[in-house]
Design a protein around this ligand. Structure first.
Ligand code: GAL
Length: 397
């Protein structure tokens, strides 16, 4: 590929303007240490929507363990939406979950999740109603946070539907942040306001993860163009994320019908290059071996979870749709992850000359999808990349 480097001066100016706009501080209290690396887990919305009950969730918990997802690092099981029908609060205001969905109650379900060695996540909203019209937490934040803590919850996702008038997003999320701190229970706070009101300027100091984009898809259907859109939008803001406050381009669509295996591998690689939270959203009970292999690719997960926590950037742009992204990794030998990404609908021959990306020596190369060490490569790496596909490498001295 005839590479065209992006001038470093432009990148620096851009980064400086980003950082001047963002006063990054980490969440206070016990939540501070909850997300040293991007959180990983599973959530029901993208495959099941509201079509689940406690049995479904128990089966998912079982599968997270038996499929190797838990061992690969997916630790949170988040129950999203349709939990408390509107107005279902006890006379003292305590949330009353749907007894048809949760006949044994949420604490019993949480105990089951904990017995599996997993953590339990729950979902609410800044308004009085969630997006699907269930009970939200507005003006009940302290009570709801205490209820969630009493149920043993480990993560709270707060959505942005039915936004109360007269408040900014930052004010609304600060109410829940304060409420969580007041419980004394460490609960990861996941801010889901879709990148509205310049989320990246305030959410890093309130939440452990914050959505920088709209939804990546609708339940049960993955769409390649929306995946690309979320990746691109998030890449403008990923640098505002970092240790304990990660920028999130939304759930993974790996295993959700609508994209093929090449696209699934690309999506997984793109999220890993972005230091994004890895929230699987597929129906784990129906997961194919191929999907399982993608979601548990430890070489790629290691990039996502790298302890430097520095998201990748676009370093080379070839003809339209041909890109190379690089992400610095922790360790000796200046390791980096490189992603050769072919966004076009035709296979492409791609090559990267090391000197075009600031490497002036031979590097050891590992292919993170074939899991092969390719040895010491002196100057340039060439390969063919399928349409919508990637080749992902780890290079080091
Ligand atoms: C959206 C959110 C999705 C999902 C959905 C549920 O606002 O971005 O991830 O939670 O609400 O209604």
């Amino acid at each position: 590929m005839p590479g065209r480097a992006i001038p470093a001066s432009c990148l620096l100016l851009f980064a400086a303007s980003l950082f001047s706009a963002v006063a990054i501080a980490q969440p206070a209290g016990g939540s501070r240490m909850l997300a040293a690396t991007p959180p990983m887990g599973w959530a029901n919305w993208n495959s099941l929507g509201c079509n689940y009950d406690e049995e479904t969730i128990r089966a998912i918990a079982d599968r997270m363990v038996s499929s190797g997802m838990k061992a690969a690092g997916y630790s949170y099981l988040i129950v999203q939406e349709c939990i408390v029908p509107t107005g279902h609060r006890a006379p003292d205001g305590t949330l009353q979950p749907d007894p048809k969905k949760f006949p044994h109650g949420i604490p019993a379900l949480v105990a089951y999740i904990h017995q599996k060695g997993l953590k339990a996540g729950i979902y609410t909203d800044v308004g009085t109603k969630t997006c699907a019209g269930y009970e939200g937490s507005f003006k009940h934040e302290q009570q709801d946070a205490r209820t969630f803590a009493a149920w043993g919850i480990d993560l709270i996702e707060e959505d942005f539907c039915d936004k109360p008038k007269g408040f900014t997003a930052a004010q609304l999320y600060a109410r829940m942040r304060t409420a969580i701190d007041g419980t004394g229970r460490p609960m990861l706070f996941y801010i889901c306001n879709w990148g509205n009101e310049r989320t990246w300027t305030w959410a890093p100091r309130l939440g452990n993860a914050w959505r920088s984009t709209g939804d990546v898809g609708d339940p049960g259907r993955a769409e390649w163009n929306r995946i690309l859109g979320n990746f691109d939008q998030n890449s403008l803001h990923a640098a505002s994320g970092g240790r304990n406050h990660w920028s999130d381009p939304d759930m993974l669509e790996v295993g959700v019908p609508g994209i093929d295996a090449v696209e699934e591998r690309s999506l997984f690689s793109l999220w890993a290059m972005s230091a994004a939270p890895l929230w699987a959203g597929n129906d784990l009970v129906k997961m194919t071996p191929e999907t399982q292999e993608i979601l548990t690719n430890r070489d790629v997960i290691a990039v996502d979870q790298d302890s430097l926590g520095q998201p990748g950037t676009l370093v080379l742009q070839g003809p339209v749709g041909i890109q190379v992204w690089a992400r610095a990794l922790a360790g000796t030998g200046s390791p980096q992850a490189l992603l050769l990404f072919n966004r076009t609908s035709e296979p492409a021959k791609m090559s990267v000359r090391w000197e075009d990306i600031g490497i002036y020596h031979a590097v050891r190369v590992r292919d993170l999808w074939s899991h092969q060490d390719l040895g010491l490569i002196p100057e340039e790496y060439s390969t063919s990349v399928p349409a919508h596909g990637v080749v992902m490498l780890r290079v080091s001295r």
